[in-house]
Ligand binder design. Structure first.
Ligand SMILES: NC(=O)c1ccc[n+]([C@@H]2O[C@H](COP(=O)([O-])OP(=O)(O)OC[C@H]3O[C@@H](n4cnc5c(N)ncnc54)[C@H](OP(=O)(O)O)[C@@H]3O)[C@@H](O)[C@H]2O)c1
Length: 232
């Protein structure tokens, strides 16, 4: 039985957990701050108050299992007063810090504290976004989200170099799910053609398929939902 860890039970994270559950050959641990999921018997649900490093460390310290695959599906684009910037004058350090925490520092905390909980050939997918690619940036805008995803991308690339030395066989990669109909993208879907707005189920299916195909040679790479590589 494969041991899978899903971090974050938003639109895509929960869809990944549900699809793996249907495969019947997975034991699934789900880490979330969503208390409504606490009694969901399909998964081994571990509640955190938030995804701060302190919470992450104490949550992972209670585990004894070693995971074969990890899907980190945390992220934030907007919240209350925080909205993606259209120009430089809209940038605020407090908002940028919140996006850094959600998109880069929280995933990094899991990566750091998971080290002893990874099986020898473990594969780890971190949900990033194409807008975090520096070479792909043609439209501009969304400073803080882009900065936070670029920081996450650098963490993944750097960890892949270390893991290639210390844990040969492991694969850590970044994944862009495409524009997906979740809370995160809701306010920004107006100009997205219907065929380019994916369901969370479709994005999860793409991610699970890619996870089954990658190996250690793919470590440190950035893939889109269709398996195409994205330049950092
Ligand atoms: N939807 C899209 O169009 C799209 C496009 C490109 C990339 N992505 C990326 O895909 C990933 C999943 O997004 P989604 O569409 O499933 O979004 P979502 O439904 O809003 O879920 C976001 C998840 O992130 C966690 N989260 C929310 N605020 C957080 C914070 N302040 N600090 C740490 N974690 C926080 C939540 O965890 P709890 O389980 O604790 O609630 C939730 O599981 C994200 O990395 C996102 O950037 C999404």
């Amino acid at each position: 039985m494969k041991k899978s860890l899903i971090i974050g039970a938003g639109g895509i994270g929960l869809a990944v957990a549900e699809q793996l559950h249907q495969q019947n050959d997975h034991s699934i641990t789900l880490i979330t701050s969503n208390k409504a999921l606490a009694s969901d018997t399909r998964f081994n649900v571990m509640l955190v108050e938030n995804h701060s490093e302190e919470q992450v460390a104490s949550c992972l310290a209670t585990l004894s299992v070693k995971f074969d695959q990890v899907f980190c599906c945390l992220g934030m684009l907007h919240q209350d007063q925080i909205q993606p910037e259209k120009n430089l004058s809209q940038w605020r350090v407090e908002s940028a810090m919140a996006l850094m925490q959600a998109n880069a520092f929280a995933p990094m905390s899991y990566l750091v504290h998971l080290q002893k909980r990874l099986a020898p050939n473990c594969k780890l997918a971190f949900l990033s976004a194409r807008v975090g690619s520096i070479s792909d940036n043609r439209l501009g805008g969304w400073y803080s989200y882009r900065m936070a995803k670029a920081a996450l991308n650098m963490a993944i690339k750097t960890a892949s170099v270390e893991l290639a030395r210390s844990n040969k066989g492991m694969c850590v990669f970044a994944f862009h799910p495409g524009t997906t109909d979740t809370k995160l993208s809701k306010p920004f879907q107006r100009n997205v053609p219907a065929e380019k707005l994916f369901t969370a189920q479709f994005s999860a299916e793409c991610l699970i398929r890619l996870m089954s195909q990658v190996n250690e040679k793919d470590s440190g790479r950035f893939f889109a939902w269709d398996g195409q590589e994205i330049e950092w």
